[in-house]
Design a binder for this molecule. Structure first.
Ligand code: PFF
Length: 443
């Protein structure tokens, strides 16, 4: 149950939509390398810490943090880990549901044959038309939000978990098929060079912070989701091995998405690798339109992307729901409606940032850009930093020791060492340099 839920949470739009486009924006190889290092050195240790905290507390993240701090007689400041996470979850959900709405919108279009034989220009035109149409975007965003709130309200998270178990491997197989197609029809060599040949001159403080933030986003860290799911983990299971498995799957899916998309991008000079959030939605329809039976494959692809997004969205709202029920006396239904409504309303800002408000920017950021920046590049790393300091330095050593009792002792010592001496300074420095770089570059 834990592995399924956590994989469902981790694998989502972050892997298939966000990873390729931010890699494109940040110049490729060097960014990918930094992202992989961040996953290995920072993401995985913090994930182990979060699962451990969740399993120890066995409540919603806010209550877990409260219990653990008061048990050890620690300062109430550490409760902010739970708070920051719950707020970040709602913020992320607000734009996540808009993008998932795009995927939903593409399902019937694939079925109708809109993309039959399209070239990149036509594909771009379709996307631009969709983005200009607020009512349509809000309609699809609302549908996705209802799907999310519906599942959480009915408490059928387990049901979706079972679906994820069947559908995730299918997504994997489909990505593999698309990769083979991209290998045969696209410029595979250029894509591999772009993704894996680091050009360090493309790297800035800002892009390093983006890679760090994404490694947290993609593993669903710094937000309480993984902590909330850790509460379901049985005592005897190895946290270390489970976390490694999830992280590996997550990285593989992201790299496969990159290797399916970029060969197509480089084979068509009309598609700009640094195009931004539209990259997936403009490039892949060209592939589906040209593949024999491609439209059916395309439909299946966007259905699977929606489901992957769905299982992630559930984990974005669940910690807040659990808390409202536990501590504020809400029932499941009202908790969901209230939180879903807040996230939906904020999401309208993201919808508008692609049309009416496209001209309103704060520094470089549109409303969507600002939401993404605030969550991925400030809140998630900050919570990750607090988790590392809390578990590594503040919490009585006996707690992780007893929770991680069954783990390999060498691995345990290594984990604790990294959590104490690598994570806090590395996250802190990247955060400071990245923010400085972002704001000085934006003027
Ligand atoms: N990990 C998800 C993705 O990569 O799409 C997004 C996400 C889900 C982020 C849950 C944070 C979270 F708590």
């Amino acid at each position: 149950m834990f592995i399924m839920a956590a994989t469902g949470s981790a694998v989502g739009l972050g892997n298939i939509w966000k990873f390729p486009y931010i890699t494109g924006e940040n110049g490729g190889g060097a960014f990918v390398l930094v992202y992989l290092v961040c996953i290995l050195l920072l993401g995985i240790p913090v994930m182990v810490a979060e699962v451990m905290l969740g399993r120890r507390g066995r409540q919603s993240p806010i209550s877990t943090m409260r219990q653990l701090t008061s048990e050890a007689g620690l300062h109430g400041f550490w409760n902010s880990i739970g708070w920051l996470g719950v707020i970040a979850g709602l913020f992320i959900l607000s734009f996540y549901s808009v993008i998932a709405g795009w995927a939903l919108a593409y399902i019937p279009e694939m079925g109708k044959g809109t993309f039959q034989g399209v070239d990149p220009i036509e594909s771009q035109l379709f996307f631009d038309t969709l983005l200009a149409d607020k009512a349509r975007l809000i309609g699809w965003q609302s549908l996705f939000m209802l799907m999310t709130v519906g599942v959480v309200t009915c408490g059928v998270v387990r049901g979706l978990g079972a679906a994820v178990r069947i559908l995730m491997p299918l997504l994997f197989v489909l990505l593999l098929a698309m990769l083979v197609f991209a290998y045969r029809e696209g410029d595979f060599a250029a894509a591999i060079k772009f993704l894996f040949w680091p050009d360090f001159s493309a790297l800035t403080g800002r892009s390093i912070l983006e890679a760090l933030g994404h490694s947290f986003f993609t593993l669903s860290l710094g937000m309480g989701s993984i902590m909330a799911y850790g509460a379901y983990m049985p005592v005897g299971t190895s946290i270390g091995k489970t976390v490694l498995t999830i992280a590996l799957l997550d990285v593989v899916v992201a790299l496969m998405a990159g290797m399916a998309i970029f060969p197509i991008v480089f084979a068509h000079p009309g598609i700009n690798p640094a195009a931004g959030p539209e990259l997936l939605f403009v490039s892949l329809p060209v592939v589906f339109g040209a593949m024999p039976g491609g439209l059916a494959v395309g439909m299946l692809f966007f259905i699977l992307v929606t489901i992957a997004a769905w299982s992630s969205a559930i984990s974005l709202i669940e910690p807040a729901v659990a808390w409202l029920i536990e501590k504020r006396g809400f029932n499941r239904f009202t908790a969901n409606i209230v939180l879903g409504f807040i996230a939906w309303t904020l999401g309208i800002g993201t919808v508008l940032s692609f049309n009416d408000w496209a001209g309103f920017t704060l520094g470089d950021f549109t409303f969507f850009g600002a939401m993404d920046f605030l969550t991925s590049r400030i809140m998630l790393p900050l919570t990750g930093l607090f988790v590392a300091i809390f578990v590594g330095w503040v919490m009585p050593r006996a707690t992780p020791q007893s929770e991680l009792d069954g783990e390999d002792s060498l691995m345990f010592s290594l984990w604790l060492w990294v959590l104490r001496y690598i994570c806090p300074p590395a996250i802190g420095v990247v955060l400071l340099v990245g923010l400085y770089d972002t704001f000085t570059a934006a003027g």
